[in-house]
Write a new protein. Sequence first.
Length: 710
Amino acid sequence: MKVTNLCKTYATKTGEKVHALKNVSFDLPSSGMVVILGKSGCGKSTLLNILGGLDRFDSGDVECFGKSLMSLSRKELDNYRNFFVGFVFQEYHLIPELDVAENIALPLQLQGETDTEEKVKSALQQVGMVGFDKRKVEELSGGQKQRVAIARALVKDPKIILADEPTGALDSHSGENILKILKWISQEKLVVLVTHDREFAEQYGDRIIELADGVVMSDSDRSYQETDTEEKAKLQKSRLPIKTAFKIGRSNFQHHRNRLTWTILLSVIAFSLLALSLSVAFLNPAHVFCREIIRSDMELTAIYKLHWYRPENVVDQSLDRFLGDDGRYNEDVPMTMEDVEFLKSLTGNSYSLVYTDLVFSFQDYIAASLNQQNEARRQNPEICYANCADGYIAMTEEECEKLGLTVIGELPKNAGEVAINECLFNIFAIKGLIEGGTIFELSSYEDIIGHKIPVHPGRIISNGPYYSSDPSRIKTITGVVITGCSRKCFNEHYAPEDRSTSQNWETYHEKIFVCEDYFDEYTYALCAIPQDRTELKEMVNFILGYEENNLSYTFVNKLSDGFYDSLEAASLLKMLFIYLSVIFLFFAMLLLSNYIFSSMQRQTKQIGILSALGAGFGDLCKVYGSAIVALCSMIAAITLVLQVLTTGWFNNYLQSITRYLRFSLVRLNLPASLLLIGVIAAVAAAGCLIPLIHIRKFNPTAIINKGQIK
Ligand code: ADP
Ligand code: MG
């Protein structure tokens, strides 16, 4: 080992320059005890750290085993420490999480050796500590600790042992013991001992190099041995086994257990909410619909065609609830053969066209609709199906007479005409009738005859913004049928609190009266539900996604009301949950990374010791990464379990706030789960890597003396 013109300058925090070493040069033999002697602050430690590859220098060079330390990269310097240098520190720097044998085995493990037992035993023997292998570090005296530290330096059979005031913290008896051991080692290896104690130096040193203010004052050069037998160095990569890495790293989490518990708890809550938010955000409506259709065993579904339009005269604000998200209304429009052909070409399904089922001949009608209504009310008492314009009825004058209904004006005679019921008239009478943007006041039944109103097949008609723009839907009013239901009577029967008592209500009170040939158009297409899952998905995707020229298609079946209803809820929730996701994500990341970061900070010294022993960046990542990965895996696992519960709870909640939803809308889905795991992994990686990268900017001794790291 050859040191030439070594210079090292430190910059202090105040900006002052300290010349710790000035042009230091000497040769070192391959064995023997070389003592570097000098007063405190003269540069001894600086010199030793440079020789051991723990610190960089400004100029000059250190040549050993055919390599110049100046030219080594950071990685190579790690490996140099790992394979060639055994360091003994004044404060021992053992790792408290590991027992004696494990501390000693550490450098071997860093070298990638797995079978360490024999070597550890022999190292313990050399320092006179046989039988102490399972002891904990805290249970040892200072002298014993230092002997373990020497064994740790010895075990990897390094070329040189560097000892920086190894007796500084010991009583004189233990100190002498240590020096004797080092002296004995120096028969075979080069031992460089730093001390300020001249007596020790003269007693044990084969050669004394005296430093003062960074300059070599004297060099005894006693019993100097030539160094020409030096072999060339081969630098190998260090490899720490995961098991040891985990053992050191997990100690991170053994302190401050309360804080750890809180962190896990809060992180799990935050991540669970994140998971739920992601499940909602990644909700695939087509997927949900298909799943429910398959589960329902439905064989047929109706497809209606919808026309979307913007109302021109918005008079009645209460009808705003019919407005879609985009400020448009929709109305059913007739299905044609062209629609059928189009649907067929796209979805490969066959369709049949159907007339609306809301036209009944009189006799069948009353019985059927009464049953229907009773059944509907029984299933869903909070919903009132009836209103003053729900469905159509074709009645003759004789039939009206038989029921005691009076017709003011006439019953309709062709498809362009309708007669309205008394209730509907009363509503128009209160609100006024809008026709072509003008509001007409009505004072008697006769006043409404000849006016035009929009009529939707199978749907309500209304005197407001829900106003058809399709001219074929505009019908002329020919008369008013007095059903014996006044406005007051209507309110009595349909007021929310009285709904349950209106069971015997004869439903012609709410019908639009039309003639037999009123419907000459198909209302919807009926098609078989594909048995093949992918075909069904394609069809559902198409129907849900299609809109052209303000025309779209929609499913009408026993699931569709709930489905579209919940879609609306879901699309609102989706936005909300995307924002919530970001907030929870931020919160969870902050919480977890803060914990990881601060626990890493507590471990700064350990990182320094491991670096000093030659652990590379990869090893350090293993040490801290393995524990963090374990922590994060635990959080991820609990979160995924909780996800099942929160999803269940959320589905119940959704069902309670939506009217028709009868199925679970939100499902655990793969993208959400993967993203969640990804986020946790990213937090783990960042929490581990950022502090490590920061710390690695400093040399190992600086890291050990923590104070120097901001
Ligand atoms: P010794 O080990 O002989 O007591 P050192 O080698 O530790 O002395 O220090 C030599 C000189 O360099 C001292 O003046 C010390 O104050 C200075 N020094 C050591 N380390 C640093 C540092 N990281 N920053 C600034 N000055 C330092
Ligand atoms: Mg010192």
